[in-house]
Design a protein around this ligand. Structure first.
Ligand SMILES: Nc1ncnc2c1ncn2[C@@H]1O[C@H](COP(=O)(O)OP(=O)(O)OP(=O)(O)O)[C@@H](O)[C@H]1O
Ligand SMILES: [Mg+2]
Length: 313
């Protein structure tokens, strides 16, 4: 059932999961409200798919509590399955069926009304109408992915899990998928999405969480995450290539990106006046001419890289 009033749709407390002696989820805590697009970010191997598989009742977990729409996942997995859908990281389409038959199969399983209209409109939206009567084994990778996503939009799941839904899609189809996801959330559905694309998180997310070393180490709206960050980007312009080299040699403790064409370099720096000021004072002692410098707020990508490479701040 879709409710317009905000309520907690997903509640995860002290979730733990190990594979043999490898701890993948150490202590995961999350809360997702209904109608929210929740984006989980994490590096390769962080445990995103492991978490999605647990939340969709595919995998078991060792400790903790999961509640979906108030329903305890361990006690009542069947009730949970009736309310969710999953588009996995790896395609779940049946290669020996046509695109339309795959859609039909899901529509039958979910007992939806207006099957033909729903399927036709999704096939059109995902640009699959023409190919719908061809066997999926003849589809390109992008077409399979689109079909997979279209299948998860059939029916009225309250909570949709999308594990890296747009990986392998071209920009046009990525945008079409983003628009569908936004539309679903506007209708009151809740979306739990994992992605490697920071711009996808930025575009879609009401809330972002970063999973690292088995825990959520940062969580908030994209805006909150950016303002929580202690990191800004410093850019310094100098006179010539030689000065650029001198600066690079001096800034070995920083993760410096060099732009030789513009005779500038950039690096993340702690936000706040003091750090920038003392660094510039040090640079002033070097035989370089600072033509111009500026400090800009960190992008989501800067923050992601800094927390994932440097641990929690
Ligand atoms: N069935 C399994 N048995 C043993 N180890 C596993 C199993 N499934 C996952 N792992 C391990 O758990 C860790 C997390 O894997 P997972 O697939 O959840 O990461 P991910 O964040 O989804 O990565 P990616 O971004 O590459 O999809 C990895 O080290 C992986 O090797
Ligand atoms: Mg994964």
């Amino acid at each position: 059932m879709i409710t317009s009033k905000k309520q907690e749709m997903l509640h995860v407390k002290h979730l733990q999961k190990s594979f043999k002696d490898k701890k993948v989820l150490v202590d995961v805590n999350l809360s997702v409200q209904s109608g929210e697009i929740f984006v989980l970010l994490g590096a390769n191997g962080a445990g995103k798919t492991t978490l999605v598989h647990i939340l969709t009742t595919i995998s078991s977990f060792d400790n903790g509590t999961v509640r979906i729409n108030g329903c305890d996942l361990k006690k009542n997995p069947a009730a949970i399955r009736a309310q969710i859908s999953l588009t996995g990281q790896f395609s779940a389409v049946d290669e020996e069926l046509t695109g339309r038959e795959n859609m039909q199969m899901i529509a039958d399983l979910r007992h939806i009304d207006h099957k033909k209209t729903t399927i036709d409109s999704l096939l059109t939206r995902f640009d699959l109408q023409e190919a719908s009567s061809r066997l999926v084994k003849e589809y390109s990778g992008g077409m399979r992915r689109r079909l997979d996503i279209a299948m998860s939009f059939i029916g009225t799941p309250t909570l949709l899990f999308l594990d890296e839904p747009t990986t392998g899609l071209d920009p046009q189809n990525r945008l079409a998928t983003w628009e569908m996801i936004k539309e679903l959330a506007n209708q009151g559905r809740t979306i739990f999405l994992t992605t490697q694309y920071l711009e996808e998180a930025e575009f879609l997310a009401d809330k972002i969480a970063i999973l690292h070393e088995g825990k959520i180490i940062l969580e908030g709206t994209p805006q909150q995450i950016k303002s929580l960050s202690q990191i800004n980007q410093m850019t310094i312009h100098v006179l010539d290539k030689q000065e650029l080299d001198i600066l690079v040699n001096h800034l070995t403790d920083y993760d410096v990106t060099i732009d030789e064409t513009n005779l500038s370099l950039s690096f993340p720096i702690k936000s706040g006046f003091q750090d920038a000021f003392s660094l510039l004072q040090q640079i002033d002692q070097l035989p370089v001419t600072i033509i111009r410098f500026n400090q800009t707020s960190a992008t989501l990508e800067d923050i992601f890289l800094s927390v994932v490479q440097g641990g929690a701040q």
